[in-house]
Every structure is written in C-alpha cells, then in structure tokens.
Design a protein around this ligand. Structure first.
Ligand code: MG
Length: 339
C-alpha cells in the first residue's frame, strides 16, 4: 500500500538565498506498507528544478501498481523501472527510493548504514546554513548556533563582503560559502573568491550559474579555493563534464532521485578524483536520516535541513555539536511521527 501526505513545514526563520525567499515548504511524505512492515520516505520539491508537491504526489502514485506487484528486495531492478516511470520530479523518485530501502532494512531488522557496510563514526561533521538576512540577524543566528563547528553562509547578493566580515566578527569557526549561482561575471567572481580566501573560507559552492560551465572552468584555473558544483549536478551522468570546472560535487538525494543513484555518483566522483559533499534541501528528519545513512562515504556534509524547521514532525538521526548521532534502529532509523 502506498500513501502520500503533503506536510506544510514552517521555517524557524524566513529562508532567503540568492534567488528566492520562503517562510514554509510543502514536502511530500510517502508511506509504504507491505507484508505488515511500514516504511517512510520524503520528497522536498524544489522550484529550481521545476518541482511542486502536486506533481510530485502524482509521480509517486504513478508507481503504486509497480510497487504493489514487485519484490521490494529486488530494489536495484525496481530503481530502473521507477526511473522509466518517473522522468521529472526527481524528488518523487528519492521519496520512493528511501521508502523501499527503509522497508528492506526493517524487513532484515538492520539499519541501512549497516546494510551498506558503513560506520557512523566515519561521517564528517555537518555544517549549519545561514540564509541571507540583515547583518545583525545573520550574526544573531551564528551566535545562537555557536556550538556548530562549521557554518555555510549563503551569498550571491550585492553585499557579500559585508556579510562575511560581519560573520567573521562573531565566529572563528569554519566558514563555507554558497553563492547559489548568484555571481554572473567571472572577473567579479574571481575577485570575490580571492577576497574570501583571505577571510579563511574553506570552499565556494556554485559560484556562477550552472549553465556557465566555460566561465566556471576559467575560474577553476585561477581560484585559490575549491569550487563545489551544486545546481550544476543532479545525477551520475552529469559528473564527467563537470570535472574541468569544479573540484567537487554536492550530492543531494532530492536531485539524484535517492540513495542508490547517490551511491553511483559517489563512485564516479571518486574515480574522477573529485571531492564529495552530501547536502540537503529543507527537509524533515526522514530525508535527513536517509542521507545520513551514506554520510560515512563523503568528505563534507551539510545535513541541517531539519534544524531549519520551526517544528520537525519526525524523529531520526540527531545532531550534537555538528556530529550526527545515529540510532541503532532498522532502515532509515525513523523512530516515529511525533505528536
Ligand atoms: Mg547549494
């Protein structure tokens, strides 16, 4: 049995990045029940990829008969069929992939990370993202979250340098920068990056628009900081041509369409000697816990989506001072829906 529900998630603070601003997100929770085992997945539709909750719900339900008639243990073959059935709304694929793997883990009574042969202690520390806001508000957020060892600062507006100077004035913790495609001019972009390097920034995510690959390759020849692709990369097939322009990739389950595709991306990126980051959208503990299952395989993680919510309706992997705390629970390790 397959069911979906749209959950409106209020954000703790208005979330602003270079291209848009929001106070809530409508995510789609997927419930899968078979042979008495209940499993769960989550889709976080993103307007940047032309996704919304309504079409995502429809795509998930397009797979109802496929899942009902399949052996869920054959999840590799099932992925191929889901990939054929769903050709847009990759977040819908992600929700199904999570729910199927949650079901398999619960059937075997083993956490997914164990099924994959991974140890939670190998997961890197997560960053905490600071959205664009007034300088005092951004400083306040950093002070509130002073226990987090790494901050990811959203840039890509006119006052980028003022923002970083203001943040540096209140923390000496690691700073990463995400321009979210906000810099449109390569000469300006390289000046920004050279300046950021002097502020002890660790790397820059998606400095220029995804389609400006040549300009980004020009940047890569000159940049003192690693460049990480985010909007430019969704799935495995995108990776090979990005190596000339980026030092690494940011994998997100919502872009890849789930954990299985993310694993394939990790292998290809490793073969190309690229750095690997594992990120998220604004998500509840369901999708964050799903991503956490493969976090031991990557170099950097940014799995803070549930920390940005006013109220996370689920309970799964927890955070402690930037470290992910895993529960020894089967599947994705989602304990229960709260309330
Ligand atoms: Mg990003």
């Amino acid at each position: 049995m397959l069911k979906t529900e749209v959950k409106r998630l209020s954000l703790a603070h208005t979330w602003t990045i270079s291209r848009n601003s929001s106070d809530f997100k409508d995510n789609v929770i997927v419930h899968l029940e078979k042979d008495g085992i209940k499993a769960i997945g989550e889709a976080a539709p993103n307007i940047r990829y032309d996704e919304d909750a309504e079409r995502t719900t429809k795509r998930v339900m397009d797979c109802r008969n496929l899942l009902a008639g399949s052996d869920l243990f054959q999840y590799q073959e099932l992925k191929k069929q889901i990939d054929t059935t769903i050709t847009d709304q990759s977040c819908a694929k992600a929700a199904l992939d999570m729910a199927i793997l949650d079901w398999v883990g619960k059937s075997l009574n083993v956490p997914l990370y164990k099924m994959l042969g991974l140890s939670p202690q190998d997961a890197p520390l997560t960053s905490y993202s600071i959205g664009i806001d007034s300088l005092p508000n951004m400083q306040e957020r950093v002070r509130e979250m002073a226990h987090m060892p790494i901050f990811k600062i959203k840039l890509g507006k006119e006052n980028d340098r003022e923002i970083i100077s203001a943040i540096r004035a209140v923390t000496n913790h690691v700073i990463r920068v995400d321009a979210n495609e906000g810099w449109k001019d390569k000469e300006q972009a390289i000046k920004n990056i050279e300046w950021l390097e002097k502020q002890n920034v660790e790397f820059v995510e998606q400095p220029m628009p995804a389609e400006m690959l040549e300009e980004t390759a020009w940047l890569k020849e000159r940049t003192p900081l690693p460049l990480i692709a985010d909007e430019a990369v969704k799935k495995t097939a995108d990776i090979p041509h990005l190596a000339e322009a980026y030092h690494g990739i940011n994998i997100k389950l919502m872009k890849s369409g789930g954990i299985l595709e993310a694993l394939s991306m990790i292998h290809i990126a490793r073969a190309m000697e690229m750095q690997i980051m594992l990120g998220c959208m604004v998500e509840t503990s369901v999708a964050i816990s799903a991503a956490a299952q493969i976090a031991p395989l990557v170099d950097y993680i940014d799995l803070d989506g549930n920390l940005l919510l006013a109220d996370d309706p689920f309970s799964g992997v927890k955070h402690k001072n930037g470290r992910l705390i895993y529960r020894n629970l089967p599947g994705l390790g989602i304990e229960q829906e709260r309330n």
